[in-house]
Design a protein around this ligand. Structure first.
Ligand SMILES: *[C@@H]1O[C@H](CO)[C@@H](O)[C@H](O)[C@H]1NC(C)=O
Ligand SMILES: *[C@@H]1O[C@H](CO)[C@@H](O)[C@H](O)[C@H]1NC(C)=O
Length: 404
């Protein structure tokens, strides 16, 4: 080989590198939302998964030119209930697709848009029988829990940072077999396999494709490539919802009055890990939960057969519902009679800090201290509704926000 050949090789390599880096710098992850699949998969006349994927590829093929390029840029293809896909696109390609027939919205899955929220515990609400204080609560929460069967046979899907399965909150001693309606799975990965699920922790999955499209391969020093929770938030929220904290051996198996210490101690939990650490940031501030990873989790949770979905994730700005993965995912869940409860967030008290306010979501507010700020809500027709406020502003001094 002569020197000339090397020069040509190096120059063409450089051109190639420049091309790759400029085109990938322009490309970002976009979600193309197409609504709902027309036929449920259990009916005849349904579209097969191959047909759905083919249909999603056809949108991409129209802007990318070839089927190969379409396949190479697609990240998710939602096939169960939610109809849509996510892909690496340039802003121009995204704009072209947004004009195509059947497209409801095209939006950017921005890496810092959604973050984990911390939540307050049941202890704070005095819902627990053991902590129940008759002087503070007008209703008997023990009776309330008993009437709800302690959540028996209800499967709650939790979208969060995963789970630490060895926690005593997830022990399944004395629990009945998993309801036959459950169709979910226990996905294996790093330090996690099917033996980590049980009658309490009935399912666990993880969603990482969009995270890796944005940040590159997951650094194994930062998190487990599996449903296992390194952050601790997911373990906290799922044990707050349905954890069992059995105080003494006598209580095992006999969840009678006065012994249960979880929120709804007999619910089954299905974990959907969608939040991951951002490289180079602290675990608390530097986590992200991407819209298309969350949509994939919603789509699976609905098909898996959960009855409740809990999401303590949010963003601190108001995003239109058709560009909000949590609003879209929960709409499809609620349409199938799944209750979706989301956190209102921890920011404030400033305007536009309450999140997850879509009317089909049960938005759960948290207060940081054991005191109540009573404050009337004045409606347009003059009616006053007594409520609570987190704002320290005095009547009349609240800054008026003009909605443009
Ligand atoms: C699952 O992992 C545990 C260790 O955490 C191991 O003891 C067990 O054999 C594994 N089970 C399967 C089915 O791979
Ligand atoms: C909230 O939004 C501001 C401004 O957009 C941003 O600087 C801040 O990091 C956000 N905080 C959280 C917790 O997302």
């Amino acid at each position: 080989m002569n020197n000339q050949y090397y020069v040509v090789l190096i120059v063409s390599l450089l051109i190639l590198l420049v091309n790759v880096s400029t085109s990938s710098a322009q490309r970002q992850v976009y979600i193309v939302y197409l609504g709902e699949h027309r036929h449920s998969h259990s009916h005849s006349g349904k579209q097969t998964w191959e047909e759905i994927e083919e249909m999603h590829h056809s949108y991409l093929q129209a802007v990318k030119g070839s089927k190969e390029e379409a396949k190479a840029c697609i990240i998710y293809s939602y096939k169960n209930v939610i109809n849509g896909f996510s892909a690496l696109l340039t802003p121009q390609e995204a704009a072209t697709i947004s004009e195509m027939e059947g497209v409801i919205s095209v939006f950017h899955s921005h890496p810092t848009k959604s973050r984990l929220h911390t939540t307050r515990s049941w202890d704070f609400m005095s819902l627990l029988e053991a902590n129940w204080d008759a002087t503070r609560q007008p209703i008997n929460p023990g009776r309330f829990l008993r009437r709800a069967g302690y959540g028996k046979n209800v499967i709650v899907g939790v979208l969060d940072s995963g789970v630490w399965p060895e926690s005593q909150s997830f022990n399944d001693e004395g629990m009945e077999p998993i309801p036959s309606s459950w169709k979910g799975i226990c996905e294996s990965g790093v330090a996690f396999n099917s033996s980590h699920c049980n009658r309490k922790l009935v399912g666990a999955r993880y969603y990482l494709k969009s995270y890796e499209a944005n940040f590159g391969p997951l650094d194994p020093k930062l998190d487990f490539r599996s449903p296992r929770d390194i952050n601790g938030h997911g373990t906290h929220t799922s044990s707050t919802i349905g954890g069992r904290r059995v105080r003494n051996a006598a209580a095992i198996g006999g969840f009678g009055y006065g012994t249960a210490t979880g929120g709804a101690p007999l619910v089954r939990l299905a974990i959907y890990k969608v939040c991951w650490p951002i490289p180079g940031q602290t675990p608390v501030e530097g986590n992200t939960c991407l819209d298309d990873d969350m949509l994939a989790a919603f789509d699976d949770a609905i098909a898996d057969g959960v009855q409740v979905i809990s999401v303590s994730i949010g963003r601190n700005t108001s995003t239109p519902y058709i560009q909000d993965g949590i609003a879209i995912g929960s709409l499809h869940a609620v349409k199938r009679n799944i209750v979706v409860a989301c956190s209102a967030g921890n920011s404030g008290p400033t305007p536009f800090t309450v999140t997850n306010v879509a009317p089909w979501i049960i938005t759960v507010g948290a207060s940081s201290i054991d005191r109540v700020f009573s404050s009337p809500v004045l409606l347009g027709n003059g009616a006053q509704v007594q409520g609570q406020s987190i704002t320290p502003f005095k009547k009349g001094t609240y800054p008026l926000v003009k909605h443009i």
